[in-house]
Ligand binder design. Structure first.
Ligand SMILES: Cc1ncc(COP(=O)(O)O)c(C=O)c1O
Length: 368
């Protein structure tokens, strides 16, 4: 039986092969491979798609987008940044790379997003920034987060790595905070054929600063105005991303249709299905369900050549790499429970309905 994966880009490539190869050939023939016209076009087009006033800053990954955004906000040693522990490691790694200290709040048991009610108690005189993660394609409550940040004069950096095109109260993620950080990692909603990321903001000053920081701290000439980094987006990735940006809304719609089909097929099983908050339009980067016997399900599905995944099996607060932060088991009960119970079902625009039916049939065979 044909293998079904959680994510697969090959059907997309089959469809777009000629367009992509011709765009790549155009880049190779253009004489400009890094930070050229195609990157500038993507920076302008993604800013306009998301709805921010300043052109974006293309960088070489979502991790760098977070790191450079934090640096531009002046975050460093002595600062605390409040975030969540059920996220991809890079959210936390970017904070640690600046020398600041991540501080975790738990997540909401229904949406798995930052529990805003825990923010006030987590704020200390050292807190400088709130870093919500729009996990699995759904936005955290940016109204509450913005209000708390304003009250306490904190900056807000949105981790939009998993939410390009997802909306909160009708507006796209990335326009609520001081800065939004996006990832173009291939699996993402807007995925490259390699690595890439972008920073978006409404502040000309922050945009300027990020532009300098992504290239050795220079302003144009071979002269560093400040200590900077090397984090550039290349023309090949930008050219491919511009093609894919044109169909991003269609691909999100397709994901939402697949999510609705999953819901119909699985709503009467004992699986806990994703909850879309009423303020949100979920983009279903991942379709994450919950079951106490998660590992049994994953193994039995693999026997039927259906390969599921867990994002994420370990709370970052309990990882050895971050043990020095001092978190113990029991500190983040919802996050810890989710890590043991969640699993992701196949979800990508090229997933055929027959394949999705096979996933649902197999699950129904394993569940009450
Ligand atoms: C929530 C989140 N933040 C940050 C990142 C980092 O992005 P990248 O892999 O492009 O560095 C990712 C992707 O892996 C992510 O899912």
């Amino acid at each position: 039986m044909k293998r079904i994966q959680v994510w697969n880009y090959l059907s997309e490539y089959d469809e777009m092969r000629d367009t992509i190869l011709s765009a790549v050939d155009d880049v190779f023939s253009s004489g400009q491979l890094i930070l050229g016209a195609r990157v500038a076009t993507l920076e302008a087009d993604l800013a306009s798609y998301i709805g921010v006033s300043e052109s974006g800053v293309g960088v070489n990954s979502g991790t760098d987008a977070l790191f450079i955004a934090l640096k531009s906000l002046g975050i460093g040693p002595g600062d605390e940044v409040i975030t969540v522990a059920n996220t991809a490691i890079p959210t936390v790694a970017a904070i640690v790379s600046t020398g600041a200290t991540p501080k975790f709040v738990d997540v909401d048991a229904a949406t798995y997003l930052m529990d805003c009610n825990q923010l006030p108690a987590a704020i200390t005189p050292q807190t400088s920034c709130i870093l919500p993660v729009h996990l699995f394609g759904q936005c955290a409550d940016m109204a509450k987060i913005s209000e708390i940040a304003k009250q306490h004069k904190l900056s807000v950096l949105e981790d939009c790595a998993q939410s390009t095109g997802a909306t909160f109260n009708g507006k796209k993620s990335g326009q609520f905070g001081d800065i939004g950080a996006f990832s173009f990692y291939p699996t993402k909603l807007l995925g490259a054929y390699g690595d890439g990321g972008m920073i978006l903001t409404n502040s000309a000053e922050l945009q300027d600063k990020c532009r300098r920081l992504r290239m050795y701290g220079m302003d144009g000439s071979y002269y560093a105005e400040e200590h900077g980094y090397n984090s550039r987006l290349d023309e090949v990735q930008a050219a491919i991303l511009s093609i894919k940006l044109k169909t991003l809304d269609v691909s999100i719609l397709r994901r939402r249709q697949l999510a609705a089909r999953y819901f119909e097929r699985l709503k009467d099983t004992e699986l806990i299905l994703p909850v879309e908050a009423s303020s949100n339009q979920h983009a279903y980067y991942l379709y994450v369900v919950r079951h106490p016997e998660r590992d049994r399900l994953i193994n039995s599905m693999a026997d039927q050549n259906i390969h599921l995944n867990v994002s994420y099996p370990y709370p970052i607060s309990l990882m050895r790499g971050y043990a020095y932060l001092g978190y113990q088991e029991g500190d983040l009960p919802v996050t810890e429970k989710l890590a043991k119970e969640i699993l992701s079902l196949p979800m990508y625009p090229g997933l055929a309905e027959e394949e999705q039916d096979r996933v649902c049939d197999a699950l129904q065979g394993l569940l009450n």
